[in-house]
Write a protein that binds this ligand. Structure first.
Ligand SMILES: CC(C)(COP(=O)(O)OP(=O)(O)OC[C@H]1O[C@@H](n2cnc3c(N)ncnc32)[C@H](O)[C@@H]1OP(=O)(O)O)[C@@H](O)C(=O)NCCC(=O)NCCS
Ligand SMILES: [Zn+2]
Length: 232
């Protein structure tokens, strides 16, 4: 078991293809409905890997069984259960509770976990087919769009995706709203592979180290090896 300490944000990575349908027994009814509502099997797998990793991370931290961890996914904008996942309020200890953030794109699912305040992570597959300058101008602003001008195709796609994940990670860390005052956003670029970019953001935190680990170490090994012992 990995102890999640202050001063570190841990990124748990797994390919969506690691998903095992037997893990469905770990989900709560809300998650089961979310899983079933995805039309594409890859999207179901992405959701399942993220949800089970989140359960495992809180389960280890709280010394409880993964399927018993009470999670809240309420979206603050519309009330539907597709918002940022968090531990239910009745178990949250101010200043102590782990904050998590989930992202999935292309091959990868990543769950960030830290103890130093709100965290947001974003991973994105680099898509060479997009209108990067046009998208940047609309979604990121003129400065970012102009910085992409003059780059070759591959470099432009790479740089745009980096800008995009930094912005998305910041949105996810500060959701539903930027905190009062002048919050300091600590932005870390994260190396993934040649087809993906990722970033993690923490809000109003002392400097953190970002550590990447293989989530398959915490996903249910018992099921993968055929001897289910999930409901300990
Ligand atoms: C929410 C948002 C950040 C998700 O980003 P994305 O690139 O589409 O998808 P990602 O795979 O990176 O992230 C998805 C995860 O973000 C989390 N998430 C959802 N809403 C979130 C929010 N407002 N803030 C932080 N995290 C959020 C969820 O955990 C979700 O994963 P899960 O449902 O499998 O657990 C993006 O859609 C966005 O910026 N939306 C604008 C906010 C918005 O419109 N919200 C209201 C909808 S009514
Ligand atoms: Zn919503």
């Amino acid at each position: 078991m990995v102890r999640l300490r202050h001063g570190t944000v841990t990124l748990w990575w797994a390919p969506f293809a690691a998903a095992d349908p037997t893990w469905l027994e770990l989900l709560d009814p809300v998650e089961t409905r979310r899983y079933a509502a995805y039309r594409q099997s890859a999207d179901r797998a992405r959701f399942l890997v993220g949800a089970v990793a989140v359960r495992r991370i809180f389960a280890d931290d709280l010394a409880m069984a993964p399927h018993r961890v009470p999670l809240d996914r309420t979206c603050p904008n519309c009330g539907r259960p597709h918002g940022k996942v968090r531990l239910a309020d009745h178990l949250r200890q101010p200043g102590e509770t782990l904050e998590v953030s989930v992202s999935h794109s292309g091959t990868w699912v990543v769950v960030a976990a830290g103890r130093d305040g709100p965290v947001g992570v974003d991973v994105e597959a680099v898509d060479p087919a997009l209108d990067h300058v046009g998208l940047a101008r609309v979604a990121l602003g003129d400065r970012d769009a102009n910085a992409l001008l003059g780059l070759g195709d591959a470099q432009r796609a790479w740089e745009f995706t980096g800008m995009w994940v930094r912005r998305e990670a910041a949105v996810k860390a500060t959701s539903p709203a930027l905190p009062e005052g002048s919050p300091r956003l600590q932005v870390h670029d994260v190396v993934v592979d040649v087809n993906h970019r990722a970033a993690v953001v923490v809000v109003d935190s002392p400097p953190v180290d970002v550590v990447g680990l293989d989530a398959r170490a915490i996903l249910p090994p018992d099921v993968q090896s055929g001897s289910s012992n999930l409901r300990e």
